[in-house]
Ligand binder design. Structure first.
Ligand code: FAD
Length: 307
């Protein structure tokens, strides 16, 4: 039995583990892939404090992981399938995909979110054959090729700009008449000769035989349909929280975990931190801050509740 189980080793979970272990808690940090979370898919991070120059995403996260391990955090490989509180014992039972069950006095859910899909014809079929959700991972395959980027938020703008290193032409397809991302990113994108914004437009299907060859789109205002020849389609239209292993009664209609300012859910002893929580700004620094708050609260709960 553990004091604390932290689920998910992205910035939120790793920071929670650093605060938890320094408080003297007996804890484990569980991760279904390798530690680092979504940041490892980010080419460079330039808004996380402490680094004068932009730092590659993988490097930032390997520093966070190294710091946690140096302090003695045990990172356990495992896919959590459910985390339930037994009201009689007040203990949490955390169930893993391989059948393992570990009990703990407290749990921090820090499992982030996953890429939202377009849900159009051809998307699934061509995933890995031209359709991608990660420019850092797949951008280099599109040297001197034409690609479409779908989305208009910060991630879409950042990733479209990153793709200018490789692609000869980038159609940045957005359903509104202007981008949602911050001004500095909009300016960068609009200044690039390789990027052509395609506003008020939604993708309808991704087409090809072996690989992606075209994308069919529709202008929302005029209703006009057209087909753009492209070799790749990068999708950045948001994220869905990874919360399917948590009790329904702590989630809102978007399946985000409802927390108060102290990262407490309505189940005592269960906390949530990072991108999976309601009203998250979905940034590394916020996830780290949430993780620290959740770990301090978990410590208070364990010490004061007699759990
Ligand atoms: C392309 C891209 C670029 C970005 N650029 C920036 C940037 O420049 N600056 C910035 O501040 N933010 C950026 N972000 C956002 C940032 O990555 C997130 O805000 C941050 O990673 C959230 O951290 P988290 O710990 O909440 O979740 P995540 O980083 O998503 O980590 C969650 C972890 O939980 C694991 N997990 C999920 N489910 C389970 C389960 N059931 N069992 C066990 N483990 C599980 C996952 O494998 C993952 O490792 C970017 C995001 C993307 C996708």
């Amino acid at each position: 039995m553990k004091d604390l189980i932290i689920i998910g080793a992205g910035p939120a979970g790793l920071t929670a583990s650093i605060y938890g272990i320094r408080s003297g808690l007996d804890l484990i940090l569980v991760e279904k892939l390798s530690p680092g979370g979504q940041v490892v898919n980010t080419f460079e991070v330039e808004n996380y404090p402490g680094f004068i120059d932009p730092i590659p995403g993988w490097e930032l996260m390997s520093k966070m992981e190294g710091q946690a391990r140096r302090l003695g955090v045990e990172i356990v490989a495992g896919h959590v399938k459910s985390a339930e509180k037994d009201e009689d014992s007040s203990l949490f039972k955390v169930n893993f995909a391989d059948g393992t069950v570990i009990e703990a006095k407290s749990v921090i859910a820090a499992t982030g979110s996953s890429y939202r899909k377009l849900d159009i014809k051809g998307e699934k079929e061509f995933t890995g054959r031209g359709v991608s959700y990660c420019a850092t991972c797949d951008g280099a395959f599109f040297k001197d090729k034409r690609v479409a980027v779908i989305g208009g938020g910060n991630t879409a703008l950042e990733e479209a700009h990153f793709l200018t290193r490789f692609a000869s032409k980038i159609y940045l397809i957005h359903r509104r008449d202007r981008f949602r991302g911050v001004k500095i990113l909009q300016e960068r994108v609009l200044a690039s000769e390789k990027i052509e914004p395609v506003y008020d437009t939604i993708p309808e299907s991704i087409n090809g035989s072996e690989k992606v060859e075209t994308i069919s789109v529709k202008n929302k205002k005029s209703g006009k349909e057209s087909t753009i020849p492209v070799d790749g389609v990068f999708v950045f239209i948001g994220f869905d929280p990874n919360t399917d292993y948590l009790p329904e009664n702590i989630l809102n209609e978007k399946k985000e975990v409802i927390v108060d300012k102290r990262m407490k859910t309505k189940i005592e002893g269960l906390f949530a931190a990072g991108d999976l929580r309601s009203e998250s700004a979905r940034q590394i620094v916020m996830a780290a801050s949430d993780g620290a708050t959740a770990a301090l609260e978990a410590y208070d709960y364990i010490i004061n509740s007699g759990a």
